[in-house]
Design a binder for this molecule. Sequence first.
Ligand code: CO
Ligand code: ZN
Length: 332
Amino acid sequence: MKSLIQRLVETTGPSGYENQVRDLVRKEIENDAAEIRVDAMGNLIARKGSPQPGGRRIMLSAHMDEIGIIATHVDANGFVRFTTVGGVRPNTCLGSRVRFLSGVQGLINGEKLDSNDKVHSFEQLFIDVGAASRADCPVKIGDVAAFDRPFLDLGNRLVAKAMDDRISVAVLIEVIHQLKSSPNDVYFVFSTQEEVGLRGATTAAYGVDPEIGFAVDVTLSGDTPKGIKMETSLGKGPAVKVRDSSLLADPRVVRWMIGTAEEEHIPYQIEILEAGGTDARAIQLTRMGVPSGCVSIPTRYIHSPSEMVDFRDVENAVRLIVALLSKPVNLE
Ligand code: CO
Ligand code: ZN
């Protein structure tokens, strides 16, 4: 699974330009899904399961897109100014490298500041792709890039630029591989444009029209020096979301997840995230409403070019989701 994770996180796929990720996902699951389709928003939707009486139509969603940048201006000397695609912060940009969809690579640096204690604003940052003039610059206005950083395997801990949310894409692929049979009608959605407002999951959920839904996404962890106050830590299991700023998980879905984890002796944590949201919001609010929740992978340094997860949490997320899908679901 680590090699699958590496291939996924090293692929470039900022919001709206997920095609390279989608091609990779399709190749991985082609022989394991009953049906695969791509909708107008670019969501890849794979169905699996042989619905029995009492089986439910369940939608899972993991987003393929990552945060990135878009070129807004190239100056006479070939320096590229940019704006963000999704939640990029200026303090993680300085010194970062970026890769455009064309394959062109560059680095981000900034104007001279009057004090070393200050952080650049986006207006003060630029990309240097090694060009000497505008004519010479291979980047044009509107070109899109993502951060560029190789996968790092530290044993239990894995580090990459797009753990958010390729780690969950890897989890769903692995679930599709491992799920032998399901009494439910399961729709695995690999969604687009989550980072700019859950846009892919919104149309996918409308199309799938699920009876139960959950997202698989990263969440923050509270286990770094003087970090945020949060109960989740790396290595203590996947987290069952109770609340974030876009979702109050359906208590019946939370009980289903916790009950299954306990039955199967899978470690889990409870997640209460102060700020942030996932595709679960889009699923919950589709059509006339859908009982929804989220399985989260605790992650350090989210939306930086080096996001860290614990591989055991990833494996346990796979086990938990396979168990959730393998039995008839009675929400109570
Ligand atoms: Co994100
Ligand atoms: Zn995410």
